[in-house]
Design a protein around this ligand. Structure first.
Ligand SMILES: [Zn+2]
Length: 677
């Protein structure tokens, strides 16, 4: 079955159907009506889960019994599509409630359901009778050919061709891996740890932050690790020791338990690769990706290293000068520490570019900015978002219908769950809870989850919101024939491209100046301000991408042929960077990406950014051009995983992929926008 792909922001044959065939299909399938997510309690969730699994097992028996001479795309692939959809009706809601439901009992019931489904799935893909039937299908269309290939790959990867003993071991390992990554995430999500800061330690923080965070009886600020608490603190708290303390606590959110979990995960993945006689887990997974093998990843990371090493050094030198000046110390005696990066970067941006991220919240008040972001996407893609009152899991959550503007056709819907609360997922991500299938007349639904500040956006927060909305639309605007290929069901190292491309709308004058349409009382945004914002944003790219490189190196090391324990691998790698390893920190225990689906895949953020920035060039100097938006919707978003990603991108661009825009971006150089900015 298609696994719901959670796409996070970092710490993600031509003419298959002619226009006529497409119209004909919509004409024969009645227009779908709105379907919303069931808001299950723990008891109904457990019952739905049991019923869905029972039904799925019955369907497996029916598929097993299809006589080989009756095997066809209709009897096997299209039946598979319907069965997959029936199961997704439960797994979709469960995957999101697992991360956002305010009641811990529901989140725990969702954990149990996810385990049961995952176990079923591991069994399913080891079923020889089904494997035999899928192999026997003769596909009639390119989509069916891709569908058949995807399934056969999934069977191979689950061990169907292994000898019996190894196959059984593969199943046990896969079940256990699901359990371990769940616990890893739960330890972060449900961690109640708080950090207390005295009024002296919170000097420099914006008044709105101080007014909002809870206080203890002595008037100290008591904070957890939600972004609106942590990020402004690291950017603004003048007290270095306080920043150091919060930094270290933040890296220890998951430890020591998560370090042990990660080691077990890494060991099991290594063993799994061994069952297939593959040299490493990285070999096991990259063969299904754009890169095809780990060597391509390592070569790409080396190219990134060659580009960012000197850019990082220059950025750090600039920060040292600011720190020396602000602390009135000779520069030779000043060292930049990890907990200084955000703080002195902001000071440098204020001094050199007159950009104050906290001040920017006035330009981007939360509610009006959300309306504006939605409006930009409506304009670009020719769609309408209509808010509707439907049942939700928490009162702040909102829902929108999505319609095609020209035809008025109902497309699907999305939910926005925007603000932090106890027990909620702490990062930003999109859940494609219901995937499209034109064959089955199924409308898609996605859920966007963020942890926004209610006062307004900084520029990085705005980029994050655009980014996640990109994932959301990838799910909602896909029009694939089968659920298998819906939206974000693409190769893992492509999935971040349709989200990263959207970050640009938080950067350019053509889009930014239109905020006044949504917020006439907001301060105006002119070209001079946008130029300063862009210059400020480009400062520090060397540091930021060097960090992304470190995460990717670490991920590849754990997925390599002889991984060490996570903590010592991390210490060695971090110690080799200009800032060194920080004693008493344990970042690996918080790195949920690689405990889960981004394993041997973290490089994908940068890999996909090459594609994103290259696709952006299609807009030239006007990212508000809806003719390009419509083409992008049809050629990329609508197509989901129906074709390999590289083919989709190169058809959209009309040429092979180029990486120059990416390398300009990561070294802080101004990118050619293909026209005036
Ligand atoms: Zn993402």
């Amino acid at each position: 079955m298609r696994f719901s792909l959670v796409s996070m922001r970092f710490a993600v044959a031509a003419g298959l159907m002619t226009g006529v065939a497409l119209l004909a299909m919509w004409a024969t399938t009645p227009p779908p009506e709105r379907v919303t997510l069931p808001i299950l309690d723990d008891v109904t969730l457990a019952a739905s889960c049991r019923d869905a699994l029972r039904a799925a097992r019955e369907q497996v028996i029916k598929l097993e019994q299809v006589p080989l001479e009756k095997v066809s795309p209709e009897t096997i692939l299209e039946q598979w599509d319907r069965d997959q959809i029936a199961l997704e009706n439960v797994t979709g809601p469960v995957s999101i409630l697992n991360n956002v439901h305010p009641d811990q009992r529901v989140r725990d019931a969702a954990d149990r359901c996810t385990l049961a489904i995952s176990s079923f799935s591991n069994e399913l893909f080891q079923n020889e009778k089904l494997f035999e039937r899928i192999r026997a299908v003769v596909p009639m269309t390119p989509a069916q050919k891709q569908f058949r290939k995807d399934l056969l790959d999934a069977f191979e990867d689950s061990g169907v061709s292994l000898p019996k003993g190894k196959r059984e071991r593969a199943r046990v390992i896969n079940d256990r891996l699901t359990e371990l990554s769940q616990e890893f995430e739960r330890n972060i999500r449900d961690n109640p740890a708080k950090v207390t800061f005295t009024p002296t330690e919170t000097r420099g923080l914006p008044a709105s932050w101080l007014a909002r965070v809870p206080k203890d009886a002595k008037g100290n600020s008591v904070v957890g690790f939600d972004y609106p608490d942590y990020l402004p603190f690291m950017a603004n708290a003048e007290d270095e020791a306080a920043r150091r303390r919060y930094y270290a606590a933040n890296t220890n959110r998951g430890t020591p338990r998560n370090l042990a979990l990660l080691d077990e995960i890494v060991g099991l993945r290594r063993e799994l690769a061994g069952l297939y006689e593959e040299p490493s887990f990285a070999h096991h997974v990259t063969k299904r990706r754009m890169v095809e093998n780990p060597e391509t990843v390592l070569k790409f990371l080396d190219d990134v290293r060659a580009a960012v090493t000197s850019a990082e050094k220059k950025d750090l030198d600039d920060l040292r000068s600011v720190k020396a000046e602000m602390t009135s110390r000779p520069i030779a005696s000043v060292k930049i520490e990890r907990w200084d990066i955000s703080f002195y970067t902001e000071r440098l941006r204020e001094r050199r570019y007159q950009v104050d991220q906290e001040e920017l919240r006035k330009y981007f008040p939360t509610e009006k900015t959300i309306a504006w972001v939605l409006g930009i996407n409506e304009h670009l893609y020719g769609v309408r978002f209509e808010r509707a009152a439907v049942p939700v899991w928490q009162e702040d959550v909102r829902y929108f219908d999505v319609r095609d503007t020209r035809s008025g056709r109902f497309i699907g819907g999305f939910y926005l769950d925007l603000f932090p609360r106890e027990g909620k997922f702490k990062h930003a991500a999109a859940w494609p809870v219901r995937g499209v299938s034109r064959k089955s007349g199924r409308n898609p639904i996605s859920v966007l989850v963020t942890n926004l500040d209610r006062k307004g956006f900084t520029q990085p927060e705005l980029e994050t919101f655009f980014h996640e909305f990109g994932h959301t639309l990838h799910g909602v605007l896909s029009e694939t024939t089968y659920n298998q290929h819906a939206g974000t069901s693409v190769q893992r190292d492509f999935v971040e491209a349709p989200s990263q491309i959207h970050e640009e709308w938080a950067r350019r004058i053509e889009s930014l100046r239109t905020i006044r349409d949504a917020c006439p009382e907001c301060p105006p945004i002119d070209l001079a301000l946008v130029e300063r914002l862009d210059a400020a944003r480009r400062f520090g790219q060397g540091i930021q991408y060097a960090r992304q490189l470190l995460y990717s190196d670490f991920d590849m090391a754990l997925a390599g042929s002889s991984p060490r324990d996570a903590m010592s691998a991390w210490k060695t790698l971090e110690a080799a960077t200009p800032l060194g390893y920080v004693p008493d920190t344990a970042f690996p225990g918080t790195f949920a990406h690689i405990a889960g689906a981004y394993a041997a895949g973290y490089y994908g953020y940068m890999w996909a950014e090459v594609l994103a920035l290259d696709m952006l060039s299609a807009y030239g100097g006007d990212i508000m051009d809806p003719t390009v938006g419509e083409r992008y919707r049809k050629m990329i978003l609508a197509r989901g995983g129906e074709e390999p990603a590289r083919e989709l991108v190169e058809k959209f661009l009309g040429r092979p992929v180029r990486s120059d825009a990416f390398f300009a971006e990561i070294t802080g150089r101004k990118r050619a926008a293909g026209g005036a900015r």
